[in-house]
Design a protein around this ligand. Structure first.
Ligand code: GAP
Length: 454
């Protein structure tokens, strides 16, 4: 993973947030290639979850929501982790994570004494990851919601407006609008890619646990108790989506939640076998019953019952959720594609991304930099191809180095303009060499067919 993190920085995929000021924990910025990869993952996610579904729509809700949202959702009361601090160096840890799976859910309403009894951090012999001491403060519950002072002009922070702890609440708040203004009928789905913020006590593992991240969510509204078949189908579809986009099936697995939140009917994770960390959650698939809409109906006072247009029957739909962090998806695709290969006596790093995800689809090179006629033709081809796909022009260094640079960022094809391209007496006149990233083989392609072939 360290190698992948270094690669992400070196090749402009991901940077530490606010790096010139020393960096901020749990925040990352996507660089030029990273943004392209991220956008391509989003495009494929939308293709599968909106475009190719006949009964799904997409929304984009405002980040800020009425504070009652987070009371109704349970986040103000119960979205908390138990935290202890090293008495020597003040490093903070999540006690429940450090103690491993002890089968107990921490609850914000627990007294510190109860917490101390359950998460007996000082007896557990836990070493501080920073200074190695084993002297901890008693655990305290720490709420993960991030507060802001939007619209609070008292200067006292008395009426905080929260940043979303999960993106999906925007879908629940708009459920009635969607039913009233579109032609959707239960069962139907709503998709959204939105930002989430959590005051994670110990952000860790690069993009895996951040304080600001994006979630790609689908919420599927079904008739009460008509959840099971749809749930199994959605679970399998989401697993297959990763495999279809090139993730090795042996690196993916399902894991059922052992401890369900009180309102959930079932919950599974899709896990990926991350380098260094091993299997961990990429995506959650949750059967949330009617909890969310019932809560918002109670707190808002607005009737969120659905009326069946044929029978007139009224009910609160149950919700089947898929929720995945864009950063975790990004890390999954990148880790799975990152390959170090032997080529003769040398090594090459090649990002074997599915072509749909590759940040740059084609790189165009003149064989030699100091031959203006080759450069001119290569620039002409580059400009034309750029109308339909992300391309790069490169005339720097020898051709072998240029191939390696493109292999590293996963560019599926390198297009080379050489002397044959311009030589009317050559059988290859009017063609370019197209070199394949994975096989490293070259074929000649007519310039007018290039766009279609690529
Ligand atoms: N609406 C349901 C929900 O938010 P969750 O299991 O807390 O459920 C869903 O989060 C997904 O969001 C996770 O599977 C993970 O991919 C991503 N996620 C959660 N916390 C994250 C964090 N701190 N940093 C990055 N991604 C995170």
């Amino acid at each position: 993973m360290d190698e992948i993190i270094a690669f992400c920085k070196r090749r402009g995929f991901v940077y530490q947030g606010s790096e010139i000021y020393g960096g901020m924990a749990g925040l990352y910025d996507f660089g030029p290639y990273g943004v392209q990869l991220l956008n391509n993952i989003k495009t494929e996610w939308r293709r599968a979850n909106v475009q190719m579904k006949q009964n799904y729509v997409e929304i984009d809700s405002a980040i800020f929501k009425m504070p009652e949202t987070w009371v109704a959702s349970g986040h103000v009361g119960g979205f908390a982790d138990p935290l202890s601090e090293c008495k020597k160096c003040h490093t903070r840890i999540r006690v429940d994570k450090e103690l491993g799976k002890i089968g107990v859910e921490a609850d914000e309403k627990m007294s510190e004494k109860e917490l101390q009894e359950i998460f007996d951090v000082n007896k557990a012999n836990i070493k501080c990851p920073h200074c190695g001491a084993k002297d901890w403060t008693e655990p305290k519950m720490f709420n993960l919601l991030v507060k802001s002072n939007l619209g609070d002009f008292t200067g006292k922070g008395e009426t905080p407006v929260y940043l979303p702890g999960e993106a999906c609440q925007g879908i629940y708040l708009n459920y009635k609008n969607i039913v009233d203004t579109t032609r959707v009928k239960v069962p139907f789905g709503v998709a959204q890619i939105g930002k989430a913020f959590r005051n994670e006590i110990s952000p860790r593992n690069f993009l895996f646990r951040c304080r600001e991240f994006e979630q790609a969510d689908t919420q599927y509204f079904v008739r009460p108790h008509e959840n099971e078949e749809a749930y199994q189908k959605i679970k399998q579809e989401r697993f297959d989506w990763y495999v279809n986009l090139g993730v090795k099936a042996e690196n993916l697995r399902f894991k059922q939640h052992e401890h369900l939140v009180f309102y959930a009917n079932d919950a599974w994770d899709i896990e990926y076998n991350f380098p260094s960390y091993g299997f961990d959650e990429v995506e959650g698939i949750h059967d949330r019953t009617d909890y969310d809409l019932t809560q918002h109906m109670k707190f808002s006072g607005v009737d969120l019952n659905y009326t069946d247009p044929t029978t007139g029957e009224k009910y609160i739909p149950w919700i089947l959720e898929t929720s995945v962090g864009m950063g975790r998806m990004f890390l999954t695709f990148l880790s799975d594609a990152y390959t170090v290969e032997k080529v003769g006596d040398n090594e090459r790093v090649v990002l074997k991304l599915d072509k749909r995800l590759a940040p740059i689809k084609a790189a165009v090179f003149p064989l030699l930099k100091n031959k203006p006629e080759l450069v001119e033709k290569a620039r002409e081809i580059y400009a034309k191809l750029s109308e339909t796909m992300m391309c790069e022009f490169d005339d720097n260094g020898n051709i072998g180095k240029r191939y390696r640079r493109q292999d590293e960022i996963g560019t599926p094809a390198c297009v080379v303009v050489d002397f044959d391209t311009l030589d009317e007496n050559s059988p290859n006149f009017g063609t370019v060499a197209v070199r394949d990233r994975d096989t490293m083989e070259q074929t000649r392609v007519k310039t007018e067919d290039l766009e279609k072939v690529l």
